[in-house]
Design a protein around this ligand. Structure first.
Ligand SMILES: NC(=O)c1ccc[n+]([C@@H]2O[C@H](COP(=O)([O-])OP(=O)(O)OC[C@H]3O[C@@H](n4cnc5c(N)ncnc54)[C@H](OP(=O)(O)O)[C@@H]3O)[C@@H](O)[C@H]2O)c1
Length: 625
C-alpha cells in the first residue's frame, strides 16, 4: 500500500524478528531531483499514518525507521518486473543496520524547558505523552498505559524528556528520567511534578516512609471498600443449580489452561468467558490450537462475552448481564495486567472490577463463590517485614492484612483486592478463596505453548545465550519452586470445584474465604537444571557468578539500541535483576510459599514432582522454534 504513493515506485518492509519494522522506500524516477529525503518522508507520512492505524503497535512504522533508497541503488526485480524482496533487503543491509542498531534516537524538538516553569513543562510533557499514546485528547490526569502506550513508545518519550529539560540553578542528572520513572509517573501531572523535583537542589525521590506508604495503601483500599452497597448480603445460593463457571481473562496464558481444565470436566454445564477483547473466541481458538488444548468449543457449553469489569454491569447489554446473573455458580477471576512496572494507580480499573464482581455475587441468583487468582507479589516483603509471630521464614497459608507486605503496584493491587474480598466475606457473606500463586512456568507436557518470552526467566536464558555465559546462582530465586502452567490450572480448578470447604478457623474473616498458596512443593536447585540449558546451546555456555553476569549485562547499557533489546531482553528487566542482587547483598533470603494445606486440598499438587531437565529442554526448544 505504501508503495502506491505517487512519490514512490515501491516499498519493502524489513525487520523480521525485530521488535519494530522498518521500510525501504524507492522514490519514483526523477522525484529525488526535486525533493530531498526528508521532504519525501513528509510527503509519504500521511499515508504511512493511515497504514499504521490499521496495524498493531509492534507493527507500526516510525519515521526513524524509514530508509530512502539512493537513486543509484534501485530495487532488484525479476525479468517480469516482480520485486525480489529478499534480495532487495540484502542489498540495503548496511542502511538497515544503521537504523536497527542506532542508539535510541535523538529528539528533534530543539526545545529547552526550565523545569521550574511548571506551566511550560506541563505543556511539553503533555505533548510528549500525546505522541507516545497517539491520543490527541490526552487529559492531564490520564494514565498513558491505560490509553495504549507500550514499552517501545516510552523509549521515545524518555529521549524527548531527557533532551529538553534543564535547570539554570543546578545540573540535572537526567539518568533519573528512565523507564522506571515513566512507569511510576504515567500521567502528565505526575511526570511534570517529578521533573520539577529534579530541579530542586536535593536528592529526588527520597525513599517513602513506611507509615506514609501504609496510609496511602489503606486510603486506596477504603476508596473501593466504601463502594460496597450498605446492607449487601450474599446468601448460600441455589446449591442444586448446574455448575456454570464465569471465567475472566480466558485469552491469557493461565486463562487458556484454566478454560481447558474446565472444559475437560463433565460436571461443568457451561463456561462463560468474560474478556476485554472483542474477538476473544477466535483468539482462544488459535491459542488452543497452538498450545494443543481442548478445541471443543461447543456453543452450548462455552459462551464468550466482551466485557469491561470496571464498568457497571461489566459494560454488558442488560439481557447478557441478566443471563449471567441467573446462571453463574462459580467465578474464577483470573484477568489482571501482569506488569511489575506499573504503579498502583494503573490498577484502579482492576480494583473497581473486584468491587463490581462482589456486587454481582450479591445480585446473582445462585450467589456464586469467587475464586481469585492472587500472587506471591502480594506478600513478597514477608521476610523484610519480619513477622515475629511466625516461626518460619516461608509464607504461611493465611491471609495478612498488612498491605506493606506487597511489593510494587502489581503486588499492592493484588493485596488490596484480596482485602476487599475478605471484607465482603466477613461483612456480606461472600464465599470463595484467594489463591496465592507463585512462579508459573511453561507447560509440563511436550507440545504445549511457549512460555511467554517477556518474562524474567525466558529473558535471562535468551540474554545468556547472546552473552555466552549463564549465572551459576540465582539470588533469592535459586530454589526452583515453579509450577507448570497446565498443572497450575488443574490445581486451581480442583481447589475451586472439588475441595472448597469454608475454613473452620476462628477468624470470622477467613471462615467463608479460604486461602491457598500454590507453588511446587518439590523444589530443585537451579544448578541441577543448568546442564539442560548448556546442552541446548550450540557453542556451549560458561557459568559465571551472578554479579559477573549482571556486570556483563550492564556493560551493554551504553550501546542500548533496538537490537540490544531483542538480543539481550534482560536489559528491559535490569531493575528486577539488580534488585535480586541488592536484596541478597542486604542479607535477604529466598521466600517460599508454604503449601501443606493446599497439598491436602489438591490431588494434582500432592502428586506434583519438581521441575525436570526434560521440561527445561522442551521449553528451550519451543523458544528456539
Ligand atoms: N504468570 C505468573 O507467573 C503468575 C504468577 C502469579 C499470579 N499470576 C496471575 O495469574 C493470572 C493470569 O496471568 P498470566 O500469566 O496468564 O498473564 P497473561 O497471559 O498476561 O493473561 C492476563 C489476562 O488478563 C487480561 N488482561 C490483561 N490486562 C488487562 C486489562 N487491563 N484489562 C482487562 N483484562 C486484562 C489479558 O487479556 P488479553 O488476552 O486480551 O491480553 C489476559 O486474558 C493473573 O491474575 C496474574 O496476576 C500469574
Amino acid at each position: 500500500m505504501i508503495g502506491s504513493h505517487p512519490h514512490l515506485s515501491s516499498a519493502v518492509y524489513v525487520g523480521n524478528g525485530r521488535s519494530q519494522p522498518a521500510a525501504i522506500l524507492e522514490v519514483a524516477d526523477g522525484e529525488l531531483s526535486k525533493l530531498n529525503a526528508d521532504q519525501v518522508i513528509d510527503a509519504v507520512w500521511p499515508l504511512i499514518e493511515e497504514v499504521n492505524s490499521l496495524s498493531p503497535s509492534h507493527g507500526q512504522l516510525h519515521k526513524s525507521h524509514l530508509i530512502i533508497a539512493d537513486s543509484s541503488k534501485r530495487f532488484l526485480r525479476t525479468a517480469k518486473c516482480t520485486l525480489r524482496r529478499r534480495e532487495t533487503a540484502q542489498l540495503f543491509e548496511s542502511e538497515m543496520r544503521e537504523v536497527f542498531e542506532a542508539p535510541a534516537r535523538t529528539p528533534n524538538y530543539g526545545i529547552h524547558i526550565d523545569v521550574a516553569l511548571s506551566d511550560e513543562l506541563q505543556s511539553f510533557v503533555r505533548m510528549v505523552y500525546q505522541k507516545a499514546t497517539g491520543c490527541e485528547s490526552l487529559k492531564l490526569d490520564e494514565d498513558i498505559f491505560l490509553v495504549g502506550a507500550d514499552s517501545l513508545n516510552i523509549q521515545d518519550a524518555i529521549s524527548d524528556l531527557k533532551a529538553a529539560v534543564f535547570s539554570p540553578q543546578i545540573c540535572i542528572d537526567t539518568s533519573w528520567i528512565n523507564q522506571k520513572a515513566v512507569y511510576a509517573n504515567p500521567t502528565t501531572l505526575t511526570m511534570t511534578r517529578f521533573l520539577g523535583s529534579l530541579g530542586r537542589p536535593q536528592v529526588p525521590a527520597a525513599p517513602e516512609q513506611l507509615a506514609e506508604r501504609q496510609q496511602f495503601l489503606q486510603k486506596v483500599y477504603e476508596q473501593f471498600r466504601q463502594q460496597f452497597p450498605g446492607g449487601l448480603r450474599i446468601g448460600i445460593g441455589e446449591t442444586s443449580a448446574p455448575t456454570t463457571v464465569l471465567l475472566t481473562g480466558s485469552t491469557g496464558n493461565l486463562g487458556s489452561y484454566l478454560l481447558d481444565a474446565l472444559l475437560r470436566r463433565s460436571d461443568i454445564n457451561t463456561v462463560i468467558c468474560l474478556n476485554r477483547s472483542k474477538n476473544a473466541a477466535e483468539r482462544q481458538m488459535m491459542s488452543a490450537a497452538e498450545k494443543g488444548l481442548c478445541m471443543d468449543f461447543n456453543r452450548d457449553r462455552i459462551i464468550f462475552m466482551h466485557a469491561d469489569l470496571s464498568q457497571p454491569q461489566f459494560g454488558l447489554e442488560q439481557h447478557d448481564y441478566e443471563y449471567i446473573l441467573s446462571r453463574t455458580t462459580v467465578i474464577i477471576h483470573n484477568q489482571w495486567p501482569v506488569n511489575f512496572n506499573l504503579p498502583l494507580s494503573s490498577f484502579e480499573p482492576q480494583l473497581q472490577g473486584v468491587v463490581n464482581l462482589v456486587k454481582f455475587a450479591g445480585e446473582g441468583v445462585c450467589s456464586p463463590r469467587v475464586f481469585f487468582v492472587s500472587s506471591i507479589a502480594a506478600v513478597n516483603n514477608w521476610r523484610r517485614q519480619i513477622h515475629l509471630d511466625s516461626p518460619t521464614y516461608d509464607i504461611p497459608e493465611r491471609h495478612f492484612t498488612d498491605l506493606l507486605l506487597a511489593s510494587g503496584g502489581y503486588g499492592q493491587s493484588k493485596a488490596i483486592a484480596a482485602d476487599l474480598l475478605y471484607y465482603a466475606s466477613s461483612q456480606c457473606g461472600l464465599r470463595g478463596a484467594i489463591v496465592r500463586l507463585g512462579q508459573v512456568a511453561g507447560a509440563s507436557k511436550c507440545g504445549g505453548g511457549v512460555w511467554n518470552t517477556n518474562e524474567w526467566f525466558p529473558s535471562l536464558i535468551s540474554t545468556s545465550q547472546t552473552m555466552g555465559v549463564l549465572p551459576e546462582m540465582l539470588p533469592l530465586l535459586n530454589e526452583i519452586d515453579w509450577i507448570p502452567v497446565d498443572s497450575a490450572a488443574q490445581v486451581f480448578v480442583e481447589l475451586a470445584l472439588d475441595s472448597y470447604t469454608p475454613s473452620s478457623t476462628a477468624d470470622p474473616r477467613q471462615r467463608n474465604m479460604a486461602l491457598f498458596n500454590v507453588a511446587n512443593p518439590n523444589t530443585i536447585p537451579w544448578g541441577n537444571l543448568i546442564p539442560a540449558v548448556q546442552d541446548s546451546a550450540q557453542d556451549g555456555l560458561k557459568t559465571v557468578s551472578f554479579p559477573e553476569w549482571l556486570a556483563m549485562l550492564e556493560s551493554s547499557m551504553p550501546v542500548q539500541s533496538e537490537k540490544a533489546f531483542v538480543t539481550l531482553p534482560a536489559l528491559k528487566l535490569l531493575d528486577f535483576f539488580r534488585g535480586l542482587q541488592e536484596g541478597e547483598h542486604e542479607g535477604a533470603k529466598q521466600t517460599l510459599l508454604q503449601t501443606e494445606v493446599t497439598v491436602r486440598s489438591s490431588l494434582c499438587l500432592a502428586k506434583m514432582g519438581a521441575i525436570t531437565k526434560k521440561m527445561m529442554t522442551a521449553w528451550l526448544e519451543r523458544w528456539k522454534a
